[in-house]
Design a protein around this ligand. Structure first.
Ligand code: FES
Length: 72
């Protein structure tokens, strides 16, 4: 199932391809807040520990603001 991508819905030029958690084209890093991934077939445990996420599969945890970056 292709999920709604909040960044694209907001008109931002976020990178993506599959939108199914499989390709990592949407990979970015969380710099503030917490998210959980509804699906992840692209990132390994080390990536996740470093804060990398798949923007197309990220759901905000709680009510706190989430900030991400596409820079390394
Ligand atoms: S666009 Fe492919 S994993 Fe997000």
């Amino acid at each position: 199932m292709v999920r709604r991508h909040a960044l694209l819905a907001a008109g931002l030029p976020a990178p993506y391809s599959c939108r199914e958690g499989a390709c990592s084209a949407c990979c970015c890093r969380v710099v503030e807040g917490e998210v959980e991934l509804s699906r992840n077939e692209a990132l390994d445990g080390a990536d996740l520990v470093e804060g990398y996420i798949l923007a197309c599969q990220a759901l905000r945890r709680g009510e706190d603001r989430v900030r991400i970056t596409y820079e390394g």
